[in-house]
Design a protein around this ligand. Structure first.
Ligand code: NI
Length: 178
């Protein structure tokens, strides 16, 4: 339907608490999800949250088979998750590099829970419950942070591992620079 503008860090709309979705299987909701996928794919993203296109709803999408922005990442199933709830399954945390379409050109190391259960509903109101780990768990935590107004640089603790993608990863595909 449409590739939408992605809000960039500094825009106060990225700092809001998103509202739960209350109406499922509506034309408006399906149109929003198509726009999210069109926008994510145009930017080669691994995930996108509705607040990043200025829609303050608890809607995230993520998933890919191969991703130029994260060439070593394992496949993550294509998912639309509404009204998400995350529960860590252990205290174990893992560090990993993250980028964000709202923070173009930069990467940083962020500590995330290694294993978690996420639940919520799909666009038809059907319940989703999954237990995941590794990169899948990382992507979910990153995207759901957008629903509480948190961008990954707010979670960076070691700024010696935060910088420009082109400097940190000189060989990476140019399409991964945003
Ligand atoms: Ni992001």
């Amino acid at each position: 339907m449409a590739v939408r503008d992605i809000l960039k860090m500094g825009d106060p709309r990225l700092l809001r608490q998103a509202e739960p979705v209350t109406a499922f299987d509506t034309p408006e909701l399906h149109a929003l999800i198509v726009d999210l996928f069109d926008t994510m794919h145009a930017a080669n993203g691994a995930g996108l949250a509705a607040p990043q296109i200025g829609v303050n709803l608890q809607v995230v999408i993520f998933g890919f088979k191969q991703n130029t922005r994260y060439p070593d990442a394992p496949e993550v199933p294509q998912t639309v998750l509404l009204n998400s709830v995350l529960e860590p399954l252990s205290d174990q945390r893992e560090e990993g590099w993250e980028g964000c379409l709202s923070v173009p050109g930069l990467r940083g190391v962020v500590s995330r829970y290694q294993r978690l259960r996420y639940s919520g509903v799909d666009p038809f109101g059907q319940r989703i419950v999954r237990e995941v780990d590794g990169f899948h768990a990382r992507v979910v935590q990153h995207e759901c942070d957008h629903l509480i107004g948190v961008l990954y640089p707010m979670r960076v603790t070691d700024f010696s591992r935060f910088g420009y993608t082109e400097v940190l990863f000189p060989g990476m595909d140019a399409s991964a620079d945003d």
